[in-house]
Design a protein around this ligand. Structure first.
Ligand code: NAG
Ligand code: NAG
Ligand code: NAG
Ligand code: NAG
Ligand code: NAG
Ligand code: NAG
Ligand code: NAG
Ligand code: NAG
Ligand code: NAG
Ligand code: NAG
Ligand code: NAG
Length: 837
């Protein structure tokens, strides 16, 4: 000791001489009794520079081993040895050749330096005897190997049989694993960080009768809780042909459910891998399950589960492993209440009952869970029911509002002869509505081969398009997406109570009914959406709109706000009651795009003999608000716009009785369209002016002459007949050139003629390459232009204002629009958090 001090003083002097100030270090004396059979090893932390040393007497060293019966005094040359050294304290316990020192296991010896340390108890025992490790409360929790514990204190249990070591598991403190019983020897280690205040090992060892298996792990679950356990060696393989048991001690007033989250099977040569349950009160103990089975749920009180391996194929053994969860809950009040779900008359439908956020959100293991049971013992967090069957289900769930129903139904048509005239109702079946579970989504997938199109009608309710100016506030809405194998077009979000009577669509359609709030239960009584298969249509979609004369109707192009895909055309047919006048206006003054290939048009035409047609090209102003006296068309066809410009178009329609002065009634939405007149407009101008014609015509008159030269010859072909057909020529050959191609199977002559005028002569007649959103995608691959795939379509771009209305009731209803905007993020968040798709 004195020598050590002298040395330290000397060292300090030396170091001071080299301008290093070193503190005088404490010394440690470790004395180990021979009978304890304990060895202490201090060694350098791997990967750390050896800039700190251990001095014993005057000898510096970087490692120190203190053997049983030794008494060693030492110092460190630095003040923070925990940065440089780690310690291993190993105690060998031999129960084979001598008596076993059972009882509480102590952290021996005292007086050790504060280093990160691992205590190892290496117990040698006969394989005929069982050893039991019993942990003191708060017990242990198993973690995956390599995981860390919150307090960095971890236990590792290894079983040694015939020199082979099996890792029973790695554990943290504070869990429900109360005992581990093993056969033969065990190597138990406890890792403590240098600053851990722990002074007891937290377990004792006892011997028991043989357990006749690799190990038994006992978990005591006293309260509502959940634990995760893994098979030995996880994620590596469970030893071949072994047997082990998990015992669960659960109060008889509680219910336990088992879920296998991760497992794999080995390749068995003989026997079968399986789990066996002993469930008190079960008439068929043991209950044997495959690992792939749905495991038992709602078990009352204690039970045990054994995992049995097999004789593996020596060439290709595979891996048997299992990670599972046991959840313990109070019995639920309505555990015995069954709900009849009669899907026997449904077809091509699946119904999934699931937790909120499924499938994107995985609930935390610690969360209270809701189980859906097909029978009292077969429960799971997610249950899928198929059409054609009658189910009796029950719920083990404190709060049913955490559950959701999602259903999907496929309606397909193979041959129009069979499906035409058939009207399919798109309504949520009663069997689903009767469940005490909120409907999250009902998805109809409408599938048809090419050349059969789809018509959606809502004869009594009619649909409103959800637009920023007119948000849906109903308890449900329909999102309509049109899809080809390559791409999707988000047609829009629609809700009942508007003016759209019919939507005709070209592609396979997905309609998703989404609900918002509880009102759907009531509103669902009047669901009124129908579909039928119809012959081929020209446009991507055609909307038939018959507005309520008192309403202002807003309509907008699909794929809002990202823009119409290139070359897609959309039409609206708006009916005008005979005693009324409609006023039509656009929400901005220009289409806002520049075309790279082809031209974009807006065509407006009343459906009456000799009606004028108003045509605007993308480089012209859109028409000013105008009066319409007959049913009319608004048709939009897109070009391929240059990068970063997207065609989005919104317009509105209002009505007035014919005798009333319109000017008083109508509000005009700001913005006026810019349109460049195309050659055709000349023809329109030439037409005899009707009394109803509005002054807009003058606007495109002025541009006409600049467009026309050189163009004439192009139009001669289709223009033999009267003036009212002029547009039809362009319509077919130019705007709808792709359709001509489609029906002929080859590109029509007009289209060929037009093509040279592309690009270089921007003001010349348009000639988009043959393309349609749908069917020409493949066939157009040999034309010069392949439209870029639609990306970025977000079906939930718009949020619903139904919460807003509640807020507003409280706030008084001033300033609805502003309030609506501020309430948007609320809903958006809610959607994202809770109902993420
Ligand atoms: C170890 O040495 C210290 C002092 O050097 C002494 O007090 C102690 O009794 C010794 N212990 C044993 C077990 O020899
Ligand atoms: C101490 O450990 C050694 C080595 O494992 C063993 O041979 C010896 O029997 C043990 N002594 C006692 C008392 O456990
Ligand atoms: C033990 O775990 C429970 C939940 O698992 C936690 O609430 C508690 O704080 C933990 N106790 C300690 C001492 O870590
Ligand atoms: C299940 O196993 C896979 C693959 O080994 C792993 O990625 C995943 O994290 C495991 N899941 C759990 C819950 O451990
Ligand atoms: C499993 O439980 C049954 C019935 O409670 C019991 O007889 C059996 O000994 C238990 N097995 C194990 C390994 O705990
Ligand atoms: C459900 O039924 C079982 C068996 O009939 C019964 O033991 C249990 O008490 C019932 N649970 C409730 C909450 O009524
Ligand atoms: C169900 O779907 C299949 C395949 O999608 C289809 O062949 C069958 O006609 C559908 N059944 C009914 C009744 O529509
Ligand atoms: C619609 O779906 C059917 C069946 O899956 C498929 O054969 C057809 O090609 C699809 N049509 C389009 C335009 O994607
Ligand atoms: C549904 O309608 C019933 C009676 O018509 C009414 O009492 C109930 O409050 C309504 N529920 C909702 C959520 O609107
Ligand atoms: C608009 O499109 C519809 C449907 O394709 C068509 O019947 C109508 O003639 C078109 N009208 C105009 C003015 O282009
Ligand atoms: C929903 O909006 C319409 C107008 O768009 C309005 O007449 C109706 O009162 C609103 N309903 C609710 C519940 O806010």
């Amino acid at each position: 000791m004195a020598a050590g001090r002298a040395l330290t003083a000397l060292l300090a002097t030396l170091l001071a001489a080299s301008a290093q100030l070193v503190q005088r270090q404490a010394s440690f004396t470790v004395s180990l009794r021979k009978v304890d059979n304990t060895t202490v090893m201090i060694k350098l932390r791997p990967g750390v520079p050896p800039s700190c040393r251990i001095y014993i007497k005057s000898v510096p060293r970087s490692e120190l081993m203190i053997k049983p019966g030794e008494n060693v005094t030492f110092t460190f040359t630095c003040s923070t040895p925990e940065k440089y050294f780690i310690m291993e304290i190993q105690k060998n316990i031999d129960c084979v050749s001598g008596p076993c020192p059972f009882g509480d296991v102590h952290l021996y010896p005292p007086g050790l330096p504060r280093l990160s340390r691992t205590y190892i108890w290496d117990v040698k025992a006969s394989t005929k005897a069982g050893l039991e490790l019993k942990f003191s409360s708060p017990w242990l929790r198993q973690i995956e190997p390599g995981g860390t514990c919150p307090d960095f204190i971890s236990y590792n249990i290894n079983s040694c049989i015939d020199k082979a070591t099996v890792n029973i598991g790695t554990f943290c403190r504070n869990g429900s694993v109360s005992r581990v019983k093993l056969l033969g020897g065990v190597v138990m280690s406890l890792h403590l960080p240098w600053d851990s205040p722990l002074t007891t090992s937290g377990f004792n060892i006892a011997n028991r009768a043989s357990i006749k298996r690799l190990c038994i792990i006992e978990s005591t679950l006293e309260r509502e809780s959940s634990i995760t356990l893994m098979s030995p060696n996880y994620p590596l393989g469970f030893p071949e042909d072994e047997l082990m048991t998990w015992q669960f001690v659960v109060p008889s007033s509680m219910r336990a459910s088992v879920f296998f989250h991760n497992y794999s099977l080995s390749n068995c040569e003989r026997k079968e891998e399986r789990v066996e349950y002993y469930i008190p009160g079960s008439p068929s103990n043991p209950e044997v399950f495959k690992l792939s089975d749905s495991q038992p749920a709602n078990i009352a009180g204690s039970f045990n589960m054994s995992l049995q391996g097999c004789d593996q194929d020596a060439q290709n053994p595979g891996i048997l492993r299992l990670l599972f969860q046991v959840v313990v809950q109070h019995p639920q009040l309505d555990e015995n209440v069954t709900h009849l779900v009669d899907l026997s008359k449904e077809w091509n439908m699946t119904v999934t009952i699931h937790f909120e956020g499924w499938p994107s959100r995985v609930p935390l293991m610690s969360e209270p869970i809701c189980l859906i049971c097909k029978d009292p013992r077969t429960c799971d967090r997610v249950l899928t029911l198929a059409s054609g069957t009658v189910y009796r289900i029950s719920f083990l769930c404190k709060d049913l509002s955490r559950l959701r129903v999602t259903a999907e139904k496929h309606i397909s048509c193979v041959d129009l002869r069979w499906c035409q005239r058939r009207i399919y109702s798109l309504s949520v079946p009663k069997a689903i509505m009767q469940l005490p579970i909120r409907l999250h989504k009902f998805i109809w997938k409408l599938l048809a081969p090419d050349l059969i199109n789809i018509e959606i009608t809502s004869p009594s309710l009619k649909l409103q398009q959800h637009v920023p100016e007119q948000r849906c506030n109903t308890s449900y809405s329909y999102s309509i997406v049109s899809a080809t194998p390559e791409t999707e077009l988000n047609v829009g979000v629609f809700c009942p109570g508007g003016s759209i009577e019919k939507i005709q669509l070209r592609n396979n359609i997905t309609i998703s009914l989404k609900t918002f709030g509880k009102g759907f239960i009531n509103e669902s009584n009047h669901q009124d959406l129908k579909m039928s298969f119809v012959p081929h249509i020209k446009d991507e979609c055609i909307f038939t709109v018959s507005p309520n004369p008192k309403a202002k109707v807003y309509l907008q192009t699909p794929n809002w706000p990202y823009g119409l895909p290139p070359y897609v055309s959309i039409s609206w047919y708006v009916t005008v009651p005979s005693k009324q006048t409609a006023r039509l206006g656009f929400s901005k003054d220009r289409m806002g795009i520049a075309c790279e290939t082809g031209r974009a048009y807006v065509n407006i035409k009343e459906e009456t003999l000799g009606a004028e047609e108003t045509v605007r090209r993308e480089d012209e102003l859109l028409p000013d608000p105008r009066n319409m006296y007959h049913n009319f068309w608004v048709n939009v066809s897109n070009c391929k716009p240059v990068d970063k410009t997207q065609l989005t178009l919104q317009f509105w329609v209002t009505f007035a009785d014919k005798q009333i002065d319109l000017g008083i009634i109508l509000a005009v939405v700001a913005g006026a369209g810019v349109l460049v007149a195309i050659g055709l407009t000349v023809c329109c101008v030439k037409k005899k002016k009707k009394k109803t014609q509005n002054p807009m015509v003058g606007v495109y008159n002025s541009n006409v002459n600049t467009q026309m030269p050189g163009k004439k010859s192009l139009f001669t072909k289709g223009r033999q007949t009267n003036e009212s057909h002029v547009y039809a020529v362009i319509d077919d050959a130019v705007v709808y050139g792709h359709l001509l191609k489609e029906s002929n199977g080859s590109v029509g002559p007009e289209v060929d003629v037009y093509r040279p005028f592309d690009g270089p002569m921007g003001s010349l007649p348009p000639s988009p390459p043959p393309f349609s959103f749908r069917k020409d995608i493949k066939s157009s691959s040999n034309t010069e232009e392949e439209p870029p795939p639609l990306t970025d379509t977000d079906h939930d771009t718009y949020t619903f204002a139904h919460q807003k209305s509640e807020q507003l009731k409280d706030n008084g209803d001033a300033n609805i629009k502003d309030k609506g905007d501020t309430s948007m993020p609320l809903l958006e968040n809610k959607e994202q958090n809770g109902l993420a798709e």
